[in-house]
Design a protein around this ligand. Structure first.
Ligand code: NDP
Length: 251
């Protein structure tokens, strides 16, 4: 592990779930660039996770890639403890790992429901409880929701919208529970963001781009910048609320 970079997050430790690709990888890189030591979890992409950690090391930061299937509560708890033990505590938890269950209600199965709720809801509950074993005043819990919870643009996303909506209520409740401990809780709602989940050259991309005020897809770095803002000193008085990063779709 390298020496820490200097920045707004110097001396902080962060854990980003699903940090192997897309928004999670960009967030891990951004938090590290601002000085945090970063643990990132993965399930199917160990090589990509290792590459993110290597890049952070080479830039002078500290990073640790850890396997943790978000559908396995014990694995999540172990990853949180290992990150805190190895990197020296935990200040910032970013609940990012996600999937995109697409299908109209008649096509969706109970298994789709169980998996989606496990990754988007149960895993967040488990990760927060584990993180609180290590987090003190100044701590941040930041969950990646979706701007779809504010404006469902078409059919096929009821299950995804349900699971992401749960983060909003959970976060408001967390803010109340954790405020007295000096810990904030927030949600970042990305709009269409160019990743494997929603590539900017995909079949629906032109229509999605047209919905934005800015006329472009978001980048993973756009979302990562907002997470970094909330994670740093500028986020100290922001809690129990959500920030939308969608280029104006919901305007
Ligand atoms: P990607 O598909 O690019 O990346 C998903 C990440 O989640 C990967 O790192 C993947 O890890 C991880 N992941 C998925 N399932 C699991 C699991 N069971 N256990 C552990 N990790 C898992 O998606 P995005 O970067 O686009 O999405 C990141 C978050 O942003 C998600 O919560 C998504 O819902 C949300 N979002 C994305 C939008 C978009 O347009 N892209 C819009 C709104 C919200 P691995 O490959 O190692 O399994």
């Amino acid at each position: 592990m390298g020496t820490e970079l200097k920045g707004a997050l110097t001396g902080k430790v962060a854990l980003v779930t699903g940090g192997s690709r897309g928004i999670g990888a960009a967030t891990a890189r951004r938090l590290a660039a601002e000085g945090a030591a970063v643990a990132l979890t993965y399930r199917d992409s160990p090589e990509r996770a290792a590459q993110v950690a290597r890049d952070i090391h080479e830039a002078g930061g500290r990073a640790l890639a850890l396997p943790a299937d978000a559908t396995a509560p014990r694995a999540i708890g172990e990853a949180v403890d290992r990150a805190a033990d190895t990197l020296g505590g935990l200040d910032i938890l970013v609940n990012n790992a996600g999937i995109f269950p697409y299908g109209e209600i008649d096509q969706l199965t109970l298994e789709d429901y169980e998996t989606t709720m496990a990754v988007h809801v149960r895993a967040v509950f488990v990760a927060v409880r584990a993180a609180l074993r290590h987090m003190g005043p100044g701590g941040r819990v930041i969950s990646i929701g979706s701007s779809l919870v504010e404006r469902v643009p078409g059919p096929g996303i009821s299950l995804y919208a349900m699971s992401k909506s749960a983060l909003v209520g959970f976060t408001k409740g967390l803010a109340r529970d954790l405020g007295p401990r000096g810990i904030t809780a927030t949600v970042v709602h990305p709009g269409s963001t160019d990743t494997d989940m929603n590539p900017a050259d995909g079949p629906e991309a032109e229509a999605e781009r047209a919905l934005t005020a800015l006329g472009r897809y978001g980048t993973p770095e756009d979302v990562a910048a907002t997470v970094a803002h909330l994670a740093g000193p500028a986020g100290a008085y922001i809690t129990g609320t959500s920030i939308t990063v969608d280029g104006g779709v919901t305007a």
